[in-house]
Design a protein around this ligand. Sequence first.
Ligand code: ADP
Ligand code: MG
Length: 319
Amino acid sequence: MNEFELIARFFTRPTREVQGVGDDCALIAAGDRQIAITSDMLLAGRHFFPDVDPAALGHKALAVNLSDLAAAGASPRCFLLALALPSADAQWLGAFRDGLFRLADEHGCELIGGDTTRTPAQGPLTLCITALGDVPAGQAHTRAGARPGDELWVSGTLGDAALALAQAGGEVRLEETALRQCRARLERPTPRVALGIALRGIASACMDVSDGLIGDAAHIASRSGVVLQIDWDAVPRSAALSLQPAERQMRCALAGGDDYELLFAAPASRHADVLAAAQVAGVTVTAIGRVLAGAPAVHVMDGSGARVGEHLRAFDHFA
Ligand code: ADP
Ligand code: MG
């Protein structure tokens, strides 16, 4: 049973709310607006190294939640912070708080509550943030609206966080500048909030890429009931990743995690509107493929039209 089979089998029931399990955010009706809600948990030893810079951890814990709000096209409003700590270390907490509030202030997102507890002996430091945002009713993005004929887009570049992890695992040795850039992508991801908002009324489906492009694209494919065809040569990669051997480029950009870029579909007729939205948001976007009719699947093709990356799968906590 993989992570998503587990959720589908035990925790998916029909809801009265606008949108429940299966998207980046749940949506609940609130007058002429909808409230978008998302929750993400980070565990020491699973999601971050126990000795990580606490300021970076504060940033990332909120960033991954804001990224889900961005995927829904929601404006961040506030968040709750649940903490399980092995000890009350004032220096650690001060740095964590600074990283957390710096990003929160950038987005006008207020801490409104939470819970604090101590871990049992050896229990890992655990953080859970629940973030809330809002969006005009009917304008939120979901993963379900991609239609044959749409173009498929991604923001920024993919694979740098995975490359930083490969370095941490001793698999590669990056030069200093490349390492600094890739580590920043891994430790301080930038949630694409402005882009998610600018794409309201333009994108037909949207999600954030957190578990690897191929696996995440499969969620749009299955919820929309379409085939996503991705052109490998078009997948945007940083200069650092482009210098790596082809196999590693593919593994990092297609199956690495922690990118926190937006993957979205939009009608081909809105091509210029997508580019204008990206310009307003100050982010680059790249058309990487198209949406086709057919049984839900993700196909990645190289320049000669051959299928590539079929051996790659997304990160899954229970696979
Ligand atoms: P994301 O990576 O965007 O945060 P996930 O992959 O963690 O999303 O989760 C996929 C979907 O399953 C989301 O809609 C999420 O809200 C839902 N989900 C995850 N865990 C549970 C759970 N224990 N109970 C109910 N829904 C869950
Ligand atoms: Mg998400």
